[in-house]
Design a protein around this ligand. Structure first.
Ligand SMILES: [Ca+2]
Ligand SMILES: [Ca+2]
Ligand SMILES: [Ca+2]
Length: 313
């Protein structure tokens, strides 16, 4: 067994890590220099990472291994998962040097949800009423993203771009009430898709198209706009009463005709669920709700109605 040292004498960062750029990062002990010739990261798990290194100044031939796996005769490694890895090079004198590398995965995901705000509580969409959209963004990669912004072709989204740590999520920065148009009412729905755009550490743009309910999908968001009340909706609309409204501490769902209800959910103005799986058989405790406007969604077996609730706790 020859001498082995892990002392790092030289650690040069000549170029920054990049998804596509060529690298010239070097590490060396007394005998061997490892130079990174090329390194590729991920964009949202699209493909696998790779790295190519080259050893010099030692006694050739060299062997190369990654994460203590079987050594190979070249410094080209493919199919590397994102995160931290260690490359070990050994020369024919059994001298070794190690190099820590980090494979990037720059990834953002966006969910866009919308809830129709029936401002006059008549169960039908009229011009001037609004849809409250919520944009939930998450950094699903392993690098900091900067200048994260949400763009919606339907309207200008309020909210300044943010920087975003891995794992961080946000559903409050980007909001917008959208005023529905005659065209939307005619179509009985609003369907569209926003996208999130951010910069990876190299300043390259990464983009995710929004989904309606998943960080992994790219479906458009559909908000139904009721044009006429269906027979069942009319029954629900006429038979279900919320009182008192405005409410303090408790609110009661009046169901005098004993229509079988499937679920009752309270949403806030951002469309976030505040309470769900509520029962109409007794007053609902709303002491934990701050004063403001909420929506109560009431589902029977066949239909759904939404009523506005004002809380003055
Ligand atoms: Ca209305
Ligand atoms: Ca979806
Ligand atoms: Ca998506």
């Amino acid at each position: 067994m020859g001498k082995t040292t892990f002392t790092l004498i030289t650690l040069l960062f000549i170029a920054t890590f990049s998804v596509h750029n060529t690298f010239a990062k070097e590490v060396a002990n007394e005998n061997i220099i490892i130079t990174i010739l090329d390194q590729t990261g991920f964009v949202c798990d699209d493909g696998m990472g790779s790295i190519t290194v080259e050893a010099s100044e030692g006694t050739a031939p060299y062997t190369y291994s990654i994460d203590s796996n079987t050594a190979q005769s070249t410094g080209a490694f493919t199919d590397i998962t994102p995160g931290q890895h260690t490359i070990t090079v050994q020369d024919s004198d059994a001298c070794t040097v190690t190099l820590d590398i980090f494979i990037e995965n720059a990834c953002v995901a966006l969910i866009k949800t919308g809830i129709f705000n029936d401002e006059n509580n008549d169960g039908i969409a009229q011009q001037g009423e609004t849809i409250i959209y919520t944009f939930t963004v998450i950094n699903t990669g392993n690098v900091v993203l900067s200048n994260l912004d949400v763009v919606d072709p339907l309207f200008e989204v309020i909210g300044d771009p943010i920087d975003f740590e891995p794992g961080e999520s946000d559903n409050t920065t980007f909001t917008t009430p959208y005023v529905i148009t005659d065209t939307d009412i005619e179509a009985c729905l609003v369907i569209n898709q926003a996208f999130a755009v951010a910069l990876n550490p190299q300043g390259e743009e990464i983009i995710d198209m929004s989904d309606d309910d998943s960080f992994e999908e790219d479906d458009p968001t559909i908000v139904d706009l009721p044009k006429t009340l269906s027979t069942t909706s009319l029954i629900l609309e006429n038979q279900i009463k919320i009182y008192p409204n405005p409410a303090v501490h408790t609110v009661t769902i009046g169901n005098s005709a004993s229509i079988p209800l499937k679920n009752i959910t309270i949403y806030d103005l951002k469309g976030s669920i505040i309470k769900t799986n509520l029962s109409s058989s007794e007053p609902i405790n709303i002491r934990s709700l701050q004063s403001g406007v909420y929506f109560i969604e009431i589902k029977s077996i066949e239909e759904t109605i939404t009523k506005r609730l004002i809380v003055t706790n």
